[in-house]
Design a protein around this ligand. Structure first.
Ligand code: AHG
Ligand code: MN
Ligand code: MN
Length: 345
């Protein structure tokens, strides 16, 4: 007598969420001709971010606060965590064998990997340095491009390309929890680190930036140096108008990653305009503005320097700065109308 064959069930548990690794692997399986190198590169990047997460959490105890005493190419005092995060990223990415060129906010020139791979990786290893010692949210920002000549000798020209050529961009925000937000061109997805097991789990699939928000984020201390048009925008956004929800609330953390993350999720506008002291603003095009611009466009938002699309800017130098305005289409659109003089109220 044939024993009844136990019924088979297709495995499929909802008990365990989707990990970053699985999410990236699914992207690889869907990409024709994928070799797994990009997946491996992202896994290495995730490892570096988890190492930085671990040290950020202990910074106060591990003598990682304060300054190294050096000044970087930006002319800024280097914080110990800036330097540590930079060293971790360079070491892990170089060892991955997938990077031809590495560009870092903390390193004067682009560096050629010791065993060059197919990708260019540009990063701000520790964003929001001025907030490190006060336990405020800080982050890591990155952009990945495919090399134009993967078999050739890596050149810095392969890094000096418009942001529209980005293959993947994202950031880690070391806040109350550590989140990893990235896009490979198929929308924007957020992952939260479970520190107990060291794994990122999908927590915000398909993030969309609202078409309009109710908060603005700008360092109003620079008001005296702004152009008359930007001052008019700043006055306008604080004026009462029931019709379009003004005055907006003001939020400014002073860490781009924290201000950008809130704006991405809640909508509104973040602006770091140029001014009479810094005509090109403070933020760097290749590893702060471009990655954020890529993410905001992928999430249905917008990113401009006040006039032009950030992702269309042709870089000339590795550390060049640009005014940056990111956020909801409607709010960024209004800002641009003030800057171009189309409106003055
Ligand atoms: P970093 O710490 O990588 O140099 O970046 C700091 C940037 C950015 O995080 C933030 O938006 C901006 O500095 C804040 O500048 P202000 O303090 O001038 O407002
Ligand atoms: Mn930064
Ligand atoms: Mn930095």
């Amino acid at each position: 007598m044939s024993e009844s064959i136990p019924s088979m069930r297709v495995a499929g548990s909802t008990v365990v969420g989707t990990t970053l690794r699985e999410h990236v692997l699914a992207g690889m399986r869907a990409a024709p001709g994928a070799t797994g190198e990009f997946t491996s590169l992202l896994n290495h990047l995730s490892l570096a971010i988890r190492i930085i997460h671990s040290r950020v959490r202990q910074a106060g105890l591990a003598d990682l606060l304060g300054y190294t005493g050096e000044t970087n190419v930006q002319g800024e005092q280097v914080q110990k965590l800036d330097s540590y995060a930079n060293d971790v990223l360079v070491t892990v990415l170089d060892k991955s064998g997938h990077c031809g060129i590495i560009g870092s906010e903390e390193i004067d020139d682009a560096i050629v990997s010791s065993h060059p791979g197919k990708y260019v990786v540009l990063f701000d290893p520790l964003d929001g340095s001025s907030n490190i010692d006060t336990n405020v949210g800080i982050g890591t920002i990155f952009a990945i491009l495919r090399r134009t000549e993967p078999r050739g000798v890596p050149t810095v020209a392969e890094a000096l390309r418009p942001g529209r050529e980005i293959a993947c961009a994202g950031y880690a925000l070391y806040g109350p929890s550590t989140v990893f937000v990235l896009s490979t061109g198929q929308g924007v997805h957020g992952f939260t680190l479970d520190p107990a097991i060291g794994e990122f789990f999908l927590s915000s699939p398909d993030i969309r930036c609202p078409i309009q928000g109710s908060m603005y984020s700008v360092n109003e201390g620079n008001f005296p140096r702004w152009s008359p048009q930007i001052r008019k925008w700043n006055d306008w956004i604080k004026m009462e108008s029931r019709q379009d929800g003004r005055p907006y609330g003001m939020r400014y953390v002073g860490s781009l990653v924290a201000d950008a993350h809130r704006t991405l999720l809640k909508g509104g506008i973040f602006a770091y305009p140029g001014d009479t002291k810094s005509p090109n603003g403070k933020l760097r095009l290749l590893y702060e503005a471009n990655p954020m611009a890529y993410l905001f466009e992928q999430a249905g938002g917008e990113a401009t320097n006040g006039v032009d699309r950030i992702l269309d800017i042709q870089p000339e130098k590795l550390h060049q700065r640009t005014p940056l305005v990111i956020g909801s289409k409607s709010d960024v659109g209004a800002f641009r109308q003030f800057v171009t003089g189309e409106r003055d109220e």
